[in-house]
Design a protein around this ligand. Sequence first.
Ligand code: HEC
Ligand code: HEC
Length: 192
Amino acid sequence: MRNKLQMAFALAGLFFVAPVQAGDDIEGLARTCYGCHGTNGVSVGQSMPSIAGLSADYLKTVMMEWKSGARASANMTRLISGYSDAEIAGLASYFSKLPWTPQVQKTSKETLAKGKAASDRCESCHGVTGGEPDGDDIPRLNGQWAKYLELELMKYRDEAFQMSHKKMIKNARKLDEGEVNSVAEYFGAQSK
Ligand code: HEC
Ligand code: HEC
C-alpha cells in the first residue's frame, strides 16, 4: 500500500516543481474529515460514525463504492468523488492505523437483553460484541454510535436505497424494526 502510494506520488511529482510529501499530504486531507467525524476520526456526534481503527480494506471499499455509485450516500458521495483513487487508499490506510475508540453508550437492561438475542445471527461475522470482525471487509460495531448503526441497518433493509453487500442486506432484512433498534443499542453499549 505504502509503496504504491509513494509510487503514485512520485509519478505525480514529475509534474510538480516542488516534490509532494505523500505522508503530509494525506494527513492534511484527513484533517478535513475531523469537522464531521471528530478529531482523529473519533466521532462525538450520535449519528456520525467513528472511522479511526476500522480496517483499511473496509474503509477503502466503502469510499470507492461511493465514488463508483455502487453505494449511495446523501453526505459522502460528492465529497469522495473529488478524491483520486490514490488519495482514497491513502485516507483508508491513515485512519486504519489510528486506534479504535469505543464510545460506550448506556441503555436499559431490557433493550440489552433483546439486542443480545437478536445479535445471534450477527456473531459469526462481527463477533459476540461486535469487536472481533471475522475478516478485513467487516467493520467493528462495539462502541460505534447506536444511532448511526440503526440508520445503516435501515439502509440495508430499504430496497430503494443503493447498498452493495448481499449478505449484510439479507441479515438486516431478517430483523424486525424493534430488533434493529435493540441490536444497534446492544452493540453501542459494548466496550470491546
Ligand atoms: C459534512 C460532513 C462529513 C465530512 C466532512 C466527512 N464525512 Fe464521512 N460521513 C459523513 C456522514 C453523515 C456519514 C454517515 C453515512 C452516510 O451519510 O452515508 C459518513 C460516513 C463515512 C464513512 C463510513 C463509515 C462506516 O462505518 O461505514 C467513511 C469511511 C467516511 N465517512 C470517511 C470520510 C473521510 C475519509 C472524510 C474526509 C476526507 C469524510 N468522511 C468527511 C459525513 C462527513
Ligand atoms: C455474513 C457476515 C455478516 C453477518 C452474518 C452480519 N454482518 Fe453486518 N456486516 C458484514 C459486512 C461484510 C459488512 C460491511 C458491508 C458493506 O460493505 O456494506 C457489515 C456491515 C454492518 C453494519 C454497518 C456498519 C458501519 O460501520 O457502517 C452494521 C450496522 C452491521 N453490519 C450490523 C449487523 C447486524 C446487526 C447483524 C446481525 C443481525 C449483522 N451485521 C450480520 C458482515 C456480516
